[in-house]
Design a protein around this ligand. Structure first.
Ligand SMILES: NC(=O)c1ccc[n+]([C@@H]2O[C@H](COP(=O)([O-])OP(=O)(O)OC[C@H]3O[C@@H](n4cnc5c(N)ncnc54)[C@H](O)[C@@H]3O)[C@@H](O)[C@H]2O)c1
Length: 351
């Protein structure tokens, strides 16, 4: 049976690495959150957070933590392949869950996670902080106001010239499900999809290339040296196309390593207007002229902070969330189809 909601959110962590630290930084500021426990296979990692944030509970396994601690909410911050089981276990233990992106390593896993949330009447939220970014809100609100008309085309880019992670397991397909597309492309894709009004994806095709990450880093210039090229089994560059039921098409490019410039952006082109995220601009024809409209000011409140505050307020006070698990599943279906297409030589795959 789900636990009764209390006024202070007793909070736990499954996976206490890099992104868990970012969650903690914002949670520790709130007096309606009690940081109770964390579970990680690395004691050293947990000790660092214990020292910094004063969390007493430390466990080598999440099942033990869930059995011993009376938790109301949990952040799941493990590698992608380990999102499904801890999320389902935490939901079954009566916790609300903030699962880091991507929702899972496959849409089938995501569906099981959402079923567990429904069965336990608990909340499952996906860690999509970019939709809390003021620029994304600016464009989504313009979409809602009809500024773009029907969106025909979206161009999505998450490109690092040279940024292959040298920590964690980001180069290991069996643990992550893929490389830059599922790791950073997911952010650019989810904010684009959100700004487009979340149309239903119907098919996708993609091609992917690996040519630098599988080579020793001492011979390649990079932001982060020393990645493990021997276990590197993911793409360096993914290029894909997604079709939507409303006729719109999106092109996505995501890379850990390219001979090209860094880009983090999306652009929308509709039959009544267009937009770009960076710079935040809206393109329209008004009074017989082509005009570029930009906000005079946008809040610079940190999107991670907004994401964490929203999750806590969603759990404690039933405030609506901008990032329900269902949206994570929609994006996961696109990611699955893009990877399946690339594995099949680039043919179009139905979603
Ligand atoms: N929203 C964002 O901007 C953002 C940023 C970074 C990472 N992430 C996501 O968060 C997840 C973790 O990424 P990270 O950068 O924190 O990686 P990380 O490698 O820093 O941390 C992962 C942690 O999981 C732990 N772990 C591994 N197996 C475990 C197990 N069986 N039980 C308990 N703990 C286990 C590791 O010891 C490690 O401490 C990934 O899914 C990633 O996509 C999201």
């Amino acid at each position: 049976m789900p636990k009764k909601q209390k006024n202070k959110l007793r909070y736990g962590f499954i996976g206490a690495g890099g992104i868990a630290g970012a969650h903690l930084r914002d949670l520790v500021r709130r007096d309606d959150v009690e940081l109770v426990a964390m579970a990680d296979i690395s004691e050293a990692t947990m000790h660092r957070h214990q020292k910094q944030f004063g969390i007493d509970g430390m466990y080598g396994s999440w099942t033990e933590m869930l059995a011993k601690e009376d938790l109301h909410a949990v952040s799941v911050c493990t590698p992608n392949k380990l999102h499904e089981q801890p999320t389902i276990d935490a939901l079954n233990a009566g916790c609300h869950v903030l699962c880091e992106k991507p929702l899972a390593h496959s849409a089938a896993a995501g569906e099981r996670m959402l079923s567990a949330a429904k069965a336990n009447e608990r909340k499952l939220v996906i860690g999509f902080q970019y939709r809390y970014h003021a620029r994304t809100q600016f464009l989504r609100q313009a979409f809602d106001a009809g500024q773009f008309g029907n969106i025909l085309y979206a161009r999505v880019r998450a490109l690092r010239r040279r940024g292959i992670p040298n920590w964690g397991v980001f180069g290991r397909k069996e643990l992550q499900g893929g490389g830059p597309l599922i790791d950073i492309g997911v952010h650019a894709l989810e904010m684009t999809h959100y700004a487009m009004g979340s149309p239903k994806p119907t098919s996708a095709s993609a091609d992917m290339f690996t040519y630098l990450g599988n080579k020793p880093s001492d011979r390649i210039e990079s932001m982060w040296k020393g990645w493990d090229h021997e276990t590197y089994t993911v793409e360096d560059l993914a290029v894909g196309r997604i079709r939507f039921a409303n006729g719109a098409v999106a092109h996505i490019e995501a890379a850990f390593a390219i001979h090209g410039k860094n880009e983090w952006n999306f652009e929308l082109m509709g039959d009544a207007g267009g937009a770009s995220w960076d710079p935040p601009q809206i393109y329209r024809d008004e009074h017989g002229h082509m005009v570029n409209k930009e906000p005079g000011w946008l809040s610079n409140e940190d999107m991670f902070k907004r994401k964490m505050n929203n999750f806590v307020e969603h759990c404690l006070y039933d405030k609506p969330t901008l990032a329900p698990g269902e949206d994570g599943l929609a994006v996961q279906r696109m990611l699955d189809a893009l990877y399946e297409s690339a594995e099949g030589g680039g043919r179009e795959v139905g979603i």
